[in-house]
Design a protein around this ligand. Structure first.
Ligand code: ARG
Length: 588
């Protein structure tokens, strides 16, 4: 099925056709300047912009365009110095509704067809627990992946796991010296991979303490790093265990969150190790990286610190070790050369902005990132604790993501208990989970990406306002209406000859804007716009439902039209929530 024309495009086409009949060819192909309007469906300012060139006045030109539109599906009236207020005929809007509701894609096109897009998101660090800091990258990244894929892009997910670095020397050495340390499932206090990683996270802290306090341990830990990097089999065996357990724990969380990442998307830092020497040599040979205080650095004219001194990208440290930057350069080259990316999105904390700026600039200089490939850092703000300060437990530790999700599910259960519903047993439990997880994801996605926000469970599970639970209710309410429709009532189709109520008009026009909003999210990588749209849609539906009886509509024709309107609203809410990665249960 071809793309269903949006109302605005329809209006533009009709104004353009009228322009073709009253203006010379040199002017008639100009933009018809159709915009949304408060006074009508749309407004066109084309007469004001073209009258001068056409040798006439705006009013006269607007007048001739109005005459040309007469009798067609776009009703025009004049206002001000030469504005055209444009209103689509009722029948045209009913037909749009019919077309859109017959299309499984709800009329949304595939503007990104074939654009190979690598999305780097989540990227937790092994042997470390996922905490609230990993929520945004995971949730925003997953929503962008869904939106881009829906718009036709050929999406490659990449989970850049932090599985390499000197810290593992400490941890592995500590585990070696404390075989009794409780982190394996053979220990009764450790039940699953999640617990294992939690225990490892704790042991790492202890190991770090020992590293500072005990010079002997520090020396042994350093030797362990060398052994790990040199590929010592015994060291690698423990490291592999850490990786396997961590990745299992991450998967448990991804599944619980309904995030699409799987093991197949893992492209861990260590997988780029074999290329770091080569990357460095190429940068040195090209004169891009230079030695500075024993380290290999890339300098930039426009990157300086607060003291005015240049801030370099450190490719190789003074101890000869490679860090995060070298790995990211090798990663970028791989994504361009092997994954054949046209566009690469890095959904990573705003605090890494400078790192990415320097990595991209270095890769451009080295020729690894050609002009035709776009690399974009998609940054986001921080999740704050209740007091508006960084999120910490009372003891000052990091808050486990899994505990936050437990708390959100409890909150959703309590919120559901306050509403009358006929859910019981397993279904109630399933809905409470969907509501709790959905609330956390929706709260994250509905905040403008760049902003920090406060993690407030009570507000997230609130039934009022732009929340996940509110959206899920709105969707379930539409489904409930549809369930009550008599057999076959929806099969009559849409009668385009009926007059349109203003609330129906507003709802049809809003539904019509779905494709435009999804397209915007795919261009600007800002899922909160979709949340804002869905919220407006839910409100428009409430108004429509208050003004226009559906099941008790005065005629069967009208009932059928309104049921189609309900169904398209339900389908649009469900699809929108799906693009956000939020479940939309049929009843709640
Ligand atoms: N592991 C990193 C961190 O926790 C995030 C990785 C982001 N991706 C990348 N290609 N650098 O900060």
């Amino acid at each position: 099925m071809t793309e269903v024309l949006a109302a605005k495009s329809l209006a533009e086409g009709l104004v353009s056709a009228a322009m073709g009949r009253v203006l010379p060819p040199s002017l008639s192909r100009r933009d018809p300047v159709v915009r949304a309007s408060e006074h009508a469906d749309f407004q066109s300012n084309v007469a004001l912009s073209l009258a001068g060139s056409a040798g006439t006045t705006p009013r006269a030109l607007a007048q001739s365009l109005r005459q040309e539109l007469d009798g067609g599906p776009l009703l025009a009236s004049l206002s001000g110095p030469g504005f055209l207020n444009l209103t689509l005929a009722d029948s045209a809007l009913w037909s749009l509704l019919a077309d859109r509701s017959a299309d499984p894609r709800l009329g949304v096109g595939r503007p990104l067809a074939g654009v190979r897009t690598v999305v780097d998101y989540s990227g937790p660090n092994i042997a470390k627990e996922m905490h609230v800091g990993h929520l945004r990258t995971t949730v925003i990244g997953d929503s962008l992946v869904r939106v881009l894929a829906f718009l036709g892009a050929d999406v490659v997910r990449q989970n850049h796991l932090g599985d390499w670095g000197t810290q593992f020397g400490m941890l592995i050495q500590y585990l070696d010296e404390h075989p009794e340390a409780p982190w394996r499932c053979s220990d009764p206090t450790v039940a699953d991979a999640g617990d294992q990683v939690s225990a490892l996270d704790g042991l790492y802290r202890v190991a770090r303490g020992a590293f500072t306090a005990d010079p002997g341990f520090a020396e042994r830990a350093r030797r362990r790093v060398v052994a790990l990097q040199a590929g010592d089999e015994a060291t690698l065996a423990v490291w592999r265990d850490l990786v396997a357990v961590s990745s299992e724990a991450f998967q448990l969380l991804y599944d619980r969150l309904g995030v699409q990442l799987t093991r197949a998307d893992e492209a861990a830092e260590s997988s780029y190790n074999p290329y770091l020497d080569e990357i460095t040599e190429a940068l040195v040979a090209a004169g891009i990286a230079v030695e500075s205080d024993g380290a290999l650095c890339v300098f930039f004219d426009d990157v300086t610190g607060p003291d005015g001194e240049p801030v370099p990208l450190i490719v190789r440290k003074d101890d000869g070790g490679f860090g995060y930057a070298a790995t990211d350069l090798a990663t970028l080259r791989h994504r361009v050369d092997t994954l054949k990316a046209d566009r690469i999105l890095y959904v990573v904390d705003a605090r890494q902005a400078l790192h990415f700026r320097m990595v991209f600039a270095t890769a451009r200089r080295a020729g690894w990132l050609p002009d035709r490939v776009e690399a974009v850092h998609v940054p986001f703000g921080t999740v704050m604790g209740p007091g508006g300060t960084p999120f910490k437990t009372r003891a000052g530790g990091t808050v486990r993501l899994s505990e936050l999700l437990d708390a959100a599910e409890d909150g959703a259960r309590a919120a559901l208990a306050e509403k009358s519903h006929d859910l019981t047993g397993a279904e109630l439990e399933r809905v409470a989970r969907a509501a709790g997880i959905g609330a956390v994801k929706y709260a994250d996605l509905s905040t403008s990406r760049a902003k920090n926000y406060v993690f407030d469970i009570d507000q997230m599970v609130s039934l009022q306002g732009n929340t996940g639970v509110y959206m899920q209710y709105a969707h379930a309410r539409v489904r409930a209406i549809l369930r009550k429709a008599p057999e076959g009532a929806l099969d009559r189709g849409v009668d385009t000859a009926l007059p349109l109520h203003p609330a129906e008009r507003a709802l049809i026009l809003l539904l019509d804007g779905f494709g435009a909003v999804v397209g915007e999210v795919g261009r600007e990588w800002e899922p909160h716009r979709l949340c804002g749209y869905l919220f407006a849609l839910a409100k428009a539906f409430t108004e429509f439902y208050g003004d226009c009886p559906v099941l008790k509509a005065p005629t069967e024709e009208l009932r059928s039209n309104r049921l189609v309107l309900c169904r398209l609203t339900g389908d649009t809410l469900a699809r929108g929530l799906d693009l956000l990665g939020v479940e939309a249960p049929e009843r709640i």
